[in-house]
Design a protein around this ligand. Structure first.
Ligand SMILES: Cc1cc2nc3c(=O)[nH]c(=O)nc-3n(C[C@H](O)[C@H](O)[C@H](O)COP(=O)(O)OP(=O)(O)OC[C@H]3O[C@@H](n4cnc5c(N)ncnc54)[C@H](O)[C@@H]3O)c2cc1C
Length: 367
């Protein structure tokens, strides 16, 4: 089969790697000149990344051991969790090389323009020419605003997005610990993060649906941080109605909104999805059947996000207070956020007062 993938992000390249490895002819088109650039990501991965059995040396910046959760009432909770911080240019390049080694061809400076019947029109921005391709299978892996998914009528019209702004700053940091700051004055609906690259440099950011710059400037100013470099980007909120396939087109990664709505982490769900979708194409299986377990996890994150959106600062203080109990902390240390179901079930059994937040369910449509 001839497969065209639009977008040489990690998710598109990982799908390309699996498809090329299975003997298919794979072409990946990327509109930027350099893979992974411009960076629009913090690059934090839970240790669920280990499931892919991939070497991390070429892109690993720091290994973190602790998450420090800050409540609006200045309460601190420390959770032991191993996490990886990666350089996105090197990370994306690693996945592109993986695909290339299996025979996939990657064309940079090539931008998907439009679809005309079965043909895709791709513009080579260096030579200023248009190329027409007619693949058997198209994969839209072109990020949160996915022009390809839109061209195939596969972009769910009610999708919501966060907008994230992040800076690299200098300071004094605990190298193995990243911070998550909650509260409506800090970052409504999500949290502000401080993720150390080293003891002297960190990635600091916020993501909100509105007024992101205001919350970013406030967080930076209050801590006296000066930005050495700034990155920003759109992050989709998981949409359970987003279809993954129409005709010969599949949608993957951010293009399909496969992102955890409580943390905006899209890399692990997207890589898992890429693996599954590639196998579904190879074996001609029903993709929706095969992604059900990822959809369940993302659906729980979305449901929690809908509740957190309604939280007052008092609710955050109460939630983080409950989480600080050693018996709950043990649960949080045993599981990663990739699969929230066991965390929720076990936490509710240990601490029935979590049901207090159920009052927000009646206003949450759950989706
Ligand atoms: C500020 C911020 C912080 C984040 N932090 C984290 C984090 O710590 N951990 C985490 O897991 N996730 C994080 N995310 C989310 C994460 O970046 C995405 O989930 C991830 O990049 C999705 O990968 P992807 O391959 O689907 O899409 P992308 O990485 O967006 O790749 C899509 C590619 O398609 C290309 N493209 C777009 N349009 C076209 C076109 N018309 N033609 C050709 N190519 C095209 C783009 O140039 C891009 O290279 C963050 C996002 C932001 C914005």
């Amino acid at each position: 089969m001839y497969v065209t993938i639009i977008g040489a992000g990690p998710i598109g390249c990982f799908a390309g790697y699996h498809l090329a490895r299975a003997g298919h002819r794979v072409e990946i088109y990327e509109n930027h000149a350099q893979i992974g650039s411009p960076i629009q990501c913090t690059g934090l991965l839970t240790h669920d990344f280990d499931q892919f059995n991939l070497p991390t040396e070429s892109f690993l910046i720091n290994t973190l051991q602790t998450i420090e959760v800050h409540s609006p009432g200045k309460h601190k909770l420390r959770i032991a969790q191993k996490e990886y911080l990666v350089c996105r240019i090197k990370f994306d390049t690693f996945f592109a090389d993986l695909a290339r080694r299996e025979g996939a061809k990657i064309f940079v400076n090539h931008s998907f323009q439009r679809k005309e019947k079965e043909e895709l029109i791709i513009k080579d921005s260096v030579n200023r020419v248009e190329k027409r391709v007619t693949p058997d299978i198209v994969i839209a892996a072109d990020g949160p605003l996915s022009p390809t998914a839109k061209a195939y009528g596969l972009y769910h019209s009610q999708r919501e997005n966060f907008y994230g702004i992040q800076a690299t700053v200098e300071g004094v940091f605990e190298e193995g610990c990243y911070q998550a700051h909650f509260g409506n004055e800090v970052c409504p609906g999500l949290f502000a993060w401080i993720v150390p690259e080293s003891a002297t440099t960190a990635r600091v950011g916020v993501a909100t649906k509105q007024n992101t710059k205001y919350y970013f400037d406030k967080f930076m100013t209050e801590r006296g941080y000066v930005a050495k470099a700034i990155q920003a980007g759109t992050i989709p909120v998981y949409d359970s109605k987003q279809m993954l396939r129409k005709d010969n087109c599949y949608v993957l990664g951010d293009a399909s909104s496969f992102v955890k709505a409580t943390t905006l982490g899209g890399l692990i769900p997207g890589l898992m999805q890429a693996q599954i979708v590639a196998k579904s194409i190879i074996n001609d299986e029903n993709v929706e059947q095969r992604v059900k377990s990822i959809r369940l996890r993302l659906g729980i994150h979305l449901w929690m996000h809908r509740i957190f959106e309604k939280f007052s600062d008092a609710d955050w203080n109460r939630l983080i207070g409950y989480m600080s109990q050693p018996r709950i902390q043990r649960i949080l240390e045993k599981h990663t956020r990739e699969n929230p179901l066991p965390i929720m079930m076990k936490a509710l059994m240990c601490e029935p007062r979590f049901l207090y937040f159920g009052k927000y369910l009646m206003y949450s449509n759950g989706e």
